[in-house]
Write a protein that binds this ligand. Structure first.
Ligand code: DHB
Ligand code: FE
Length: 265
């Protein structure tokens, strides 16, 4: 028996799709091209490549759904940290690492960065103990570890857990802008629209803590040339950060501070 929600949502989808077809007088030939695009996306997808999600992303669907789902996060300093899309490259079970560890292995051409901050309750401002920070980003060649046979498994990923003071710190890289995988139907679509495939440099996070709503987000490098022109529309003002040149630590060329504010259930 169809649930009322499914009935409503699918009914509405069909209505809007039919309106779209009528409004644009879509032909059989054009429809078949669309079917082909979807089939092609399915064909090249596997557990390392999620072309369906990528297609949604270049159409702005994931970023809009993020906005609709988490509308409490309004980009204001007295609100929880703003959310951003998960994207297709998160992996579960990233290695747990000790506070102060690095997530960078077998890469010597990156800008090493010491990232640190505090995880707090957005209402009370109190530090959250036992908050897990799951982080991932690309290598300087623009590839996530699972896309790149030359990186060790789970490179540039890690999970860190805060102590009593809610603080965290670890070493990572200052990331680089890079193209989303554009050798499939998503790339084709971008090309047909004269759009570029670039994402501004970013670092992904999922924060979770007992009693708190999980926070999926990304931070973005203010100096990146694509900061106002993200191919998947994920940038929000409060998620833009400054990497500061850093002296006195042989392990880092840059320092980045960012605090996360979580909302309790
Ligand atoms: C997408 C998101 C990412 O974070 C990324 O690195 C590449 C692509 C996306 O939304 O499609
Ligand atoms: Fe990403």
């Amino acid at each position: 028996k169809a649930s009322p929600r499914i009935r409503k949502v699918v009914g509405s989808l069909i209505q809007h799709l039919h309106d779209f077809l009528r409004e644009n007088e879509v032909t059989v030939e054009e429809w078949l091209a669309g079917v082909d695009l979807i089939n092609q996306a399915g064909r090249i997808s596997d557990d390392k490549r999620n072309e369906g999600q990528l297609l949604c992303d270049v159409l702005g669907i994931e970023s809009l759904v993020d906005e609709i789902t988490y509308k409490v996060a309004t980009d204001a300093p007295d609100e929880p940290t703003a959310t951003a899309i998960l994207g297709p490259f998160w992996r579960k079970d990233a290695p747990r690492r000790n506070m102060g560890d690095t997530i960078v292995f077998e890469i010597d051409n990156g800008d090493n960065t010491l990232m640190s901050g505090t995880v707090t309750d957005f209402v009370t401002g109190k530090p959250i103990e036992g908050a897990e920070l799951d982080v991932w980003h690309t290598a300087p060649n623009g590839l996530y570890e699972q896309q790149d046979p030359n990186q060790p498994d789970m490179n540039l990923r890690g999970r860190f857990t805060t102590g009593k003071d809610g603080k965290y710190h670890f070493y990572c890289l200052r990331p680089t802008s890079y193209p989303i995988p554009d050798d499939g139907p998503s790339g084709k679509l971008l090309q047909l629209l004269d759009r570029h495939p670039m994402r501004p440099a970013h670092i992904h996070f999922i924060l979770s803590a007992p009693g708190y709503k999980p926070l999926v987000t990304q931070i973005f490098d203010r100096r990146d040339k694509y900061i106002t022109n993200d191919s998947v529309f994920a940038v929000k003002d409060s998620l833009i950060v400054d990497f500061e040149p850093f002296k006195g630590d042989p392990k880092a060329d840059f320092k980045l501070d960012y605090d996360f504010r979580l909302a309790s259930y």
